[in-house]
Design a protein around this ligand. Structure first.
Ligand code: DAH
Length: 357
């Protein structure tokens, strides 16, 4: 029994993994294990022999079971220690830096424009990007044969076979929101309408999707002089300069009469744009007095009301103000570009604290 005892205890102490330990348990104290078989021999012993061998065997069985349990715990500890060693973590190290997202220049400039016009009493109106042919063209005095339709590089939606109604379009400008505002709220009106517009065009200054902001003011006593003042106020506030000079160039748009394209005086010294000084002129928008036919399409009495409208490229004025050379990069979602040209989410543009600080 002593031989068995020391053999088994030695084997247990030599085990290095749980599977071997389990095999050892089965072969010693398991049903047919060595210790268990020894206990069966008790039945063949004399009562005297049994009185000595019985307690000794029981003690041996207990001792082996205790050694197995202790070894099992030791092995589990070793496994845990091994994991702790490889998975250790210095909780006193600084946390992983999170790079804050940025506000896209288009969003920033839209907010800036909105803040400036809100200060002059303009609300914000929106319309659908998939627009009816009527809102995008006809109501704006661009009938189907009009050359302006061809110039716009319009994206047309698909109509089902046999459906002969004119197809919807991806709006080519924000001007249809003028019509929706007139029909929706009637006169008087003072709104700007920022949003996405679409044209099939692609180069350094054109992308198939871009952004415009439309302005519309209608009342009983609105004139070109109001348009001029509003645009001057806007340009000064937007470019954050005290003085600007605007040039109204006679032009033609089907939806305004008279129509004017507006340029601002600027200089391009050293490739750097300076607004308000110099000998160059920079075209920034189209505008005019709303055509009576457009007022009527919008359900407004043209004998009583008149108004001005303008349309401006948001991406374009963003490029000018923030010196961004290529429009296409605006929509590439390149993180390096966004971090370089983006704005802090915590600095909301407002006139009191400065637009772009
Ligand atoms: N819708 C014109 C365009 O996309 C811009 C425009 C010009 C809008 C004159 C107007 C306006 O409201 O009066 O080219």
């Amino acid at each position: 029994m002593d031989t068995l005892r020391s053999k088994v205890l030695e084997q247990i102490s030599a085990v290095t993994d749980e599977a071997t330990l389990e095999d050892l348990r089965v072969s010693t104290v398991g049903k047919k294990g060595e210790v268990s078989l020894k206990m069966r021999e008790l039945g063949r012993m004399t009562p005297e022999e049994r009185q000595v061998a019985g307690p000794a065997l029981n003690a041996l069985k207990d001792e082996v079971n205790a050694a197995l349990t202790a070894k099992k715990a030791a092995l589990a500890d070793a496994v845990l220690n091994e994991r702790l060693k490889t998975e250790w973590l210095d909780v006193t190290l600084p946390g992983r830096g999170r790079v804050a997202g940025t506000i896209h220049p288009v969003s920033q400039v839209t907010d800036e424009v909105t803040a400036i016009f809100a200060d002059m009493g303009f609300g914000v109106a929106e319309g659908p990007q998939i627009e009816s042919d009527w809102h995008n063209f006809d109501a704006l005095n661009i009938p189907s044969h009009h050359p302006a339709r061809g110039e716009m590089d319009t994206f047309y939606m698909h109509r089902a076979e046999g459906d002969n109604r004119p197809p919807h379009v991806l709006r080519t400008h924000t001007s249809p929101v003028q019509i929706r505002s007139m029909l929706g709220q009637g006169a008087p009106i003072r709104v700007i309408c920022p949003g996405r517009v679409y044209r099939a065009d692609y180069d350094q200054t054109h992308t198939p999707m871009f952004h415009q902001v439309e302005g519309l003011a209608i009342d009983t006593d609105i004139s070109m002089a109001n348009l001029k003042w509003v645009l001057e106020e806007f340009v000064k506030a937007f470019f954050e300069v005290d003085d600007v000079e605007l040039r109204f160039r006679a032009s033609h748009f089907p939806f305004t009469e008279p129509s004017a394209e507006v340029d601002i005086r600027c200089s391009w010294e050293g490739g750097q744009l300076k607004v308000g000084e110099g000998d160059d002129w920079l075209e920034i928008l189209g505008s005019g007095m709303v055509h009576p036919k457009v007022l009527e399409a919008g359900g407004i009495d043209a004998a009583k009301y008149q108004g001005f409208a303008f349309g401006m490229g948001i991406d374009r004025i963003a490029m000018l103000k923030y010196g961004i050379p290529d429009l296409r990069a605006f929509f590439d979602s390149d993180l390096r570009w966004l971090r370089n040209y983006g704005f802090s989410a915590l600095d909301q543009p407002n006139l009191a604290s400065g637009l772009s600080r």
